[in-house]
Design a protein around this ligand. Structure first.
Ligand SMILES: *Cc1c(COP(=O)(O)O)cnc(C)c1O
Length: 447
């Protein structure tokens, strides 16, 4: 935290403490002499990291929390509320409900049931679990580009998982989906709006009618891509899919991916609040004081950080989820940065452009005659860029997703390693000239 942030936190902590004026004071001296060396050691240990917070980090999906989220989170630590039940987190549970309502509003749900989770994995697990409970079993269908959590969680739930093929952009093949639905015994189709590897967008508007005709639920995994609902305009593929999100049975969005939140903040939302009955349980010891619905009654996880809800609520208060608003403009900058980087790669001497970006992830190859050499060169570029403080990611791309864009490549392997940039930070657009300059240098150094 910088000086202003520290001051703001101190001011807010004083205000919070004023809220409990009648409590007798508790003495608790901070043992500065013992704590200080521990914290300095922690700082040194944390230094062994890629600089995720910096705009020259364009590797994995990492986006620093907004200062207001960090301060609100730290403030909540004075209370350390537990959003399992109103007994443990009355105010923060209310803030969680309001934050979830804002996400539901963004999706367009008229009614909803939902809550925050530890992340996208648990959120997806809940959506699949509800699908299983309602259908009484059945298979889960998702594309080969869907997050691995779906096959893994299907296993946890004892549900069979079947993979649907994708087109050259990594989008679910709807004809293959139709054929798989024909085979029957399906509980749920998972559509991904924004795949983790390339930001591909499944054609949700085509998936929905197929699934409806088969009487099957549709779950949308938008853990990474969900917020782009606010900035979907400008590309018809993107626009159509995001417009259809309102018809999904359940949606997962991770505020800790694109929503400027610290880790430990996913969300699952259901369009029909009646699915709450699936969660029914009788616990004798948690709820005594409340007549409202406990979030713990509609969540698989028991204890959950109230601080996550507080941080998200504060962020939404500052940056409401409005198309055309400040937060949406930040997403727009990321989309523009991705388009600009893709255009630069198209002209670059040492790189090969692959599918054009649908969101803010750009994937491209390092030029070579054969796949094996292209993979080695991509790894060399990764290292050469890191030496210049530019931090990229590597991605294993199956032949079918690379070949249509890279017809001259000779295939001596089934996969090719390529480079991947996540331009998730708003600053990335301004930093793009430096990013491409360093990337150009890294590429040239591997000739
Ligand atoms: C990140 C991601 C997940 C997993 O979410 P976690 O928050 O990491 O548990 C699931 N699906 C998609 C599409 C993702 O991008």
């Amino acid at each position: 935290m910088n000086e202003i942030e520290t001051e703001l936190l101190a001011e807010a902590r004083a205000r919070l403490s004023d809220m409990f004026p009648d409590l007798p004071p508790v003495d608790g001296q901070l043992d500065r002499q013992r704590i200080e060396p521990v914290l300095l050691k922690v700082a040194e240990k944390l230094g062994d990291n890629f600089p995720y917070q910096h705009p020259l980090y364009v590797g994995q999906m990492l986006k620093p929390p907004h200062p207001v989220a960090r301060i609100a989170y730290a403030l909540a630590m004075d209370i350390n509320p537990n959003n399992h039940a109103l007994d443990g987190g009355r105010a923060s549970s209310r803030m969680e409900k309001e934050a979830i309502a804002a996400l539901a509003d963004m999706i367009g749900f008229e009614a909803h049931l939902g809550h925050l989770t530890g992340g996208g994995t648990v959120a997806n697990l809940e959506a699949l679990w509800v699908a299983r409970e309602l259908a009484g079993g059945g298979r889960v269908l998702a594309s080969s580009e869907a997050h691995y959590t779906h096959s893994r969680m299907s296993g946890v739930l004892g549900m069979e998982f079947s993979t649907i093929g994708v087109d050259r952009r990594g989008r679910m093949d709807v004809e293959a989906l139709a054929a798989e639905l024909e085979r029957g015994d399906v509980a749920c189709v998972v559509a991904t709006l924004g795949t983790t590897s390339q930001g591909a967008i499944d054609p949700l508007e085509k998936i929905l009618p197929l699934a409806r005709a088969a009487g099957v639920r549709v779950h949308v995994d938008a853990a990474y891509g969900g917020y782009f609902k606010l900035a979907a305009k400008g590309n018809p593929v993107r626009e159509r899919a995001f417009a259809a999100m309102v018809e999904a049975d359940s949606v997962v969005i991770d505020p800790h991916k694109h929503g400027l939140q610290p880790y430990g903040c996913g969300a699952v939302l259901f369009r029909d609040p009646q699915v709450g009955r699936v969660y029914r349980h009788d616990s004798p010891y948690t709820y005594f004081s409340s007549d409202e619905l406990h979030l713990g009654e509609i969540s698989l996880e028991c204890s959950r950080p109230g601080a996550s809800a507080v941080a998200l609520w504060a962020t939404l208060e500052l940056l409401p989820l409005e198309p055309g608003g400040e937060f949406a403009a930040g997403l727009g900058d990321s989309l523009a940065a991705a388009r600009e980087l893709h255009a630069w790669v198209e002209r670059a001497e040492d790189f090969v452009a692959l599918a054009s970006p649908m969101l803010d992830i750009v994937v491209f190859g390092a030029k070579a005659a054969r796949a094996g050499d292209a993979s080695r060169r991509a790894r060399a570029v990764f290292d050469a860029a890191a030496e210049r403080n530019l931090h990229l990611a590597l991605l294993q791309l199956p032949r079918a997703l690379a070949e249509p864009w890279w017809p001259e490549l000779q295939w001596d392997a089934d996969m090719v390693t390529v480079l991947r940039c996540c331009l998730m930070k708003r600053e990335h657009r301004d930093w793009l000239p430096m990013i491409t300059d360093l990337l150009g240098q890294a590429g040239a150094s591997t000739r």
